[in-house]
Design a binder for this molecule. Structure first.
Ligand code: AGP
Length: 368
């Protein structure tokens, strides 16, 4: 890896565009696309015998873990306890030595994540770490290291590390489902074939959505607040969308589970606060669309991120509709991360902020 921006304006832009390649690289480490199954790693967590999985991380890495929770629970029937590391380390929760723990970190040096790892190690749990920096402290102290092969990430806002973390988590959830007998060989084959499509789809999406997102970003750069909504694995993506926008454009943004709208945030809806709705045409689609109608009925402006089927199935007027290819649930979070990253990036560029080194933020938070 050459650490320069190439012909990109910012490292963040370069890193967004590297995702097809680095996700492909990462997936190939975990999945044998010739045999159509997950590889048997040299070192592993024996998912067949663990009673539950504890996951902890900070920021974007935590949000990747939150997507992972949905996958481990649904595909492997493995209960997952997840929390941000700054809470996890002090909660004094009961931990069983029959559980395993998974820590996620790009830098491998985040102080709270490391402290959570040590807490679980003291409790006798088997420790796995998904890290991008292979020589880091978290990598050294874990029993099993699951590398993300994203290459160095320079932009403070995490992009390619996030999608590579998702690629590893999807692979591990399939591996766990295999080990626990909750996935048939046929299901596993279908999931793996779907994952194999991811790099091509990433490239395809990055090539097509850019112009519409630039137009949208010009509008968003005039806003003071933005709300992101999603259900299922689109809920952590809503949180990630809000985090990304806050970090680099300094626009106030919040992510909410779409079903929570009527429990509070609906009070904020007016024409001044755009609502970004993340809704692939999945089993949650109808429910999210009904939340979207509640927004529209109150004069809210909607930015709808969906797929071809979702766009065809809805007739609501939107401020913008970003249409992605229709894909399996296992790929959707990786693909929907792309418009979210580009929205934050282009909005920040319009606002003229320091995209790669936003104020007050450090790439790696090594103090508490
Ligand atoms: C992401 O855009 C952030 N800058 C931040 O939330 C980051 O993900 C978090 O600090 C965790 O860092 P790590 O992955 O290096 O542990």
């Amino acid at each position: 890896y050459m650490i320069d921006k190439g012909n990109h304006r910012h490292f963040m832009e370069k890193e967004i565009h590297e995702q097809s390649e680095v996700v492909s690289h990462t997936l190939s480490h975990y999945i044998d696309f010739i045999e159509n199954k997950v590889r048997k790693p040299a070192e592993e967590i024996d998912f067949s015998s663990v009673s539950s999985l504890a996951i902890s991380a900070c920021g974007t890495a935590y949000l990747a873990g939150l997507v992972g929770k949905y996958w481990f629970e649904r595909l492997a029937r493995l209960p997952v306890e997840i929390d941000v590391a700054s809470e996890f380390r002090y909660r004094e929760m009961p931990l069983s030595p029959t559980s395993a723990a998974l820590f996620i970190s790009q830098s491998g040096e985040t102080a709270d994540t490391l402290a959570s790892l040590r807490y679980c190690k003291d409790a006798g749990l088997k420790i796995g770490a998904i890290v991008n920096a292979p020589e880091s402290t978290i990598a050294r102290e874990a029993d099993v290291v699951f590398p993300t092969l994203a290459g160095p990430e320079i932009g403070v806002a995490s992009t390619k590390a996030f999608t590579c973390q998702l690629a590893v988590l999807a692979s591990l959830a399939i591996q766990a489902g295999h080990a626990r007998g909750t996935l048939s060989a046929e299901d596993e084959g279908a999931l793996v074939r779907n994952l194999a499509e991811t790099p091509r789809l990433i490239a395809n999406v990055l090539n097509t959505i850019q112009p519409s997102i630039e137009l949208l970003a010009r509008e968003l750069s005039k806003c003071r607040d933005v709300l992101y909504l999603g259900r299922g694995t689109s809920y952590p993506l809503a949180l990630e969308g809000a985090l990304k926008l806050k970090e680099i454009s300094y626009i106030h943004a919040e992510g909410y589970a779409a079903g929570e709208l009527k429990h509070g945030p609906i009070a904020l809806i007016d024409e001044n606060m755009p609502v970004i709705v993340i809704a692939p045409f999945d089993r949650f689609f109808e429910k999210t669309v009904s939340n979207m109608q509640e927004v529209a009925a109150r004069g809210g402006r909607i930015i709808f991120i969906t797929d071809e089927r979702g766009a065809a199935a809805t007739k609501l007027e939107t401020m913008a509709t970003i249409v992605l290819p229709a894909v399996d649930e296992i790929i959707a979070p990786v693909l929907y991360a792309l418009p979210i990253q580009l929205i934050a990036y282009h909005t920040a560029v319009f606002m003229g902020t320091d995209v790669d080194q936003p104020r007050n933020l450090a790439k790696s938070v090594t103090v508490e």
